[in-house]
Design a protein around this ligand. Structure first.
Ligand code: 5HM
Length: 341
């Protein structure tokens, strides 16, 4: 088959790639101290890129981080202050403790380069508005300049995102030089499909297909046990758990992103606390209210160190997000103990 195989959701692609890399590895590598099993040159296709979350008890995805990272990208940021609150491990990738380098993809995509008036993203949106059939809608991210310093801890793994407008839909092909299949893949696909959906809205197009291609697809030995558990869960469960994901509202703009991030910052720095009624009153679409609820629940876990989060807020979450929160945080399970949910 010369085109990428299709999966109904990221979960199927994730499981298939873990199987391939661990059961039929092509190489054993040890780059920068990370021993791993590797396959070269793989790809998959998601006809519905909104199915961007896996629902596996053994792979506890953190939906708060997923949205935080997607928003951090969409806002063109590179600060550690925000993203480090959701993923402290990202501190290791910062050379100065203040900012991220190559992996701050949003900064590369949404900030004008030196001497330019428009960001690369804005330029490509303009190009596709003027010539929808164009094949030039490529957003490069990896730059060879990143290799000048051999000790650089943060060289972009994303080579680039290719936006293609066809038949009223916006398709995207993502090229990664490398992907850690157990860690990076899931958050990367989540965020990149959010960027694709945002771009589709800006162009007034429907959301098309997402195609993910990887040069070095690997599973680090450090994650081998968890990967075995995930594969065992997938092989032994009676049926996959499925939830659908809402569509991003068509009103979403850069202003919406900064508005959501205004609430995010107030909650992250513990200057505000919201109950379900507060969130309902916010001047945001229901989709973005869900995200603010996630940030508030995370605030309760991080700042209040609560043993049980606000059950009304938890119940107001979409079922798929609630399912993930309850797998990830004991304070969410405690909040609903005794109920069927
Ligand atoms: O030595 P190298 O720069 O390739 O190490 C980066 C590691 O982080 C690789 O395992 C790569 O696959 C993973 N990674 C990822 O999967 C890193 C980033 C951040 O750029 C990412 N996805 N987004």
């Amino acid at each position: 088959m010369l085109t990428a195989p299709t999966f109904r959701s990221i979960e199927g692609a994730y499981i298939a790639l873990l199987e391939l890399a661990t059961k039929e590895p092509e190489h054993r590598i040890d780059a920068r101290g990370n021993a791993a099993l590797e396959v070269l040159g793989v790809s998959f296709k998601l006809p519905n890129p909104r199915q961007r979350l896996p629902f596996l008890a053994e792979r506890k995805v953190n939906p708060v981080f997923q949205f935080a990272e997607a928003l951090w990208y969409l806002a063109g940021r590179r600060d550690l202050e925000m993203i480090g609150y959701y993923a402290p491990s990202m501190q290791a990738s910062s050379t100065d403790g203040i900012g991220l380098g190559g992996s701050a993809y949003g900064y590369t995509l949404f900030t004008p380069a030196d001497g330019e008036k428009q960001s690369p993203f804005a330029q490509i949106v303009e190009l596709l508005r003027n010539e929808p059939d164009s094949k030039r809608g490529y957003l490069p991210v990896f730059s060879v300049k990143e290799l000048a310093d051999r000790t650089n801890p943060d060289v972009a793994c994303l080579a680039g995102l290719h936006l293609l407008a066809r038949d009223g839909c916006l398709h995207m092909v993502c090229n990664m030089r490398a992907n850690d299949l157990d860690c990076g893949l899931l958050s990367d696909v989540f965020s990149f499909t959010m960027i694709q959906e945002f771009a589709a809205i800006r162009l007034g197009l429907r959301l098309g297909t997402y195609i993910h291609t990887i040069g070095s697809a690997h599973v680090n030995d450090a994650n081998a046990d968890r990967v075995r558990r995930v594969l065992n869960e997938a092989a032994t469960r009676s049926a996959p758990t499925t939830f659908s994901f809402r569509a991003m509202p068509e009103t979403t703009s850069a202003k919406t992103i900064s508005e959501v991030l205004r609430h995010e910052e107030a909650l992250r720095t513990n200057q505000l606390r919201y109950n379900a009624q507060h969130v309902q009153r916010l001047d945001l679409e229901p989709y973005w209210k869900q995200v603010v609820m996630l940030f508030e629940l995370y605030r309760q876990i991080q700042h209040d160190k609560t043993a049980a989060v606000d059950p009304v807020l938890l119940a107001a979450l979409d079922p798929g997000l609630r399912w993930l929160m309850k797998r990830k945080w004991p304070a969410c399970i405690a909040a609903t103990s005794g109920s069927a949910q």
